[in-house]
Design a protein around this ligand. Structure first.
Ligand SMILES: *[C@@H]1O[C@H](CO)[C@@H](O)[C@H](O)[C@H]1NC(C)=O
Ligand SMILES: *[C@@H]1O[C@H](CO)[C@@H](O)[C@H](O)[C@H]1NC(C)=O
Ligand SMILES: *[C@@H]1O[C@H](CO)[C@@H](O)[C@H](O)[C@H]1NC(C)=O
Length: 221
């Protein structure tokens, strides 16, 4: 009987849409698109709420606003730097917002170097150099934008990141998921040890048991 109010509360809370834990920033128009897809699936499988713009934005929704909202709800952002990341202004704008949130609201940012050398990103050589040469030409009248992108790239590459090297993608994805779990475990208090939450509970409920405070915070709004 004493359990009844508790269960009611759980049912009530489970209907609240969960916050995203992770925001994935990536370029869809190169091989990192399928990598990001696999990473996304692996994170979801591990019970980690993840935002990916091609899944999380409704048709016709303002992208800038939707991305801003998703970032505001995320604890960790992962930036998948791939060959063509810098040729997309959407990606670069996302990166600027991520770095802003990192400074102002403590968002954790983890760069992932997928088939690119971190030095190439940092020094803007090869594809990154070509991309920026094009942006400089195209945004001659809006120099501040290119400057902002350059600064965001510089800041991102100064952070501790993860490099694919010659690992298999599968192995790399496992490493990334582990790292995210570790970060989330260390930033979120837990009330229940893993064993006490039955694995047949829906992910929402399990997550709630692990991360009650993220829901509590959301309920306050
Ligand atoms: C989306 O929202 C931003 C910020 O409010 C605004 O600057 C931009 O013009 C909007 N974009 C579109 C396509 O409506
Ligand atoms: C996200 O948070 C920032 C800073 O707190 C705020 O200025 C912005 O309006 C928020 N964006 C959305 C879409 O909620
Ligand atoms: C994080 O916590 C979950 C749930 O308690 C546990 O299953 C997982 O092994 C932990 N992961 C790491 C990397 O510490």
């Amino acid at each position: 009987m004493a359990l009844y109010p508790f269960i009611t509360l759980l049912v009530l809370l489970s209907s609240v849409p969960p916050n995203d834990d992770v925001f994935l920033s990536f370029r869809d128009k190169d091989s990192s698109g399928s990598f990001a897809g696999h990473l996304y699936k692996a994170l979801i499988r591990a019970g980690i709420h993840t935002f990916k713009y091609d899944k999380g934005i409704r048709r016709g929704e303002n992208m800038t606003l939707a991305v801003g909202r998703a970032l505001n709800k995320s604890k960790i952002s992962m930036i998948v730097f791939s060959e063509n990341y810098a040729s997309s202004t959407r990606c670069l704008n996302e990166l600027v917002t991520i770095m802003e949130r990192r400074r102002t609201s403590g968002l954790v940012a983890i760069p992932i170097f997928y088939k690119v050398d971190p030095a190439e990103v940092e020094d803007r050589t090869k594809r990154y150099g070509e991309a920026f040469a094009k942006h400089e030409e195209r945004f001659k009248e809006q120099v501040y934008r290119v400057k902002q992108w350059r600064a965001a790239l510089k800041e991102a590459t100064s952070l501790a990141g993860m490099v694919l090297h010659d690992r298999s993608e599968t192995e790399f994805i496992q490493m990334v998921v582990k790292k995210v779990e570790k970060r989330l475990n260390s930033t979120l208090p837990k009330v229940l040890p893993a064993q006490s939450v039955p694995s047949y509970w829906p992910i929402n409920l399990r997550n709630l048991a692990y991360h009650p405070f993220s829901v509590a915070r959301e309920l306050k709004y």
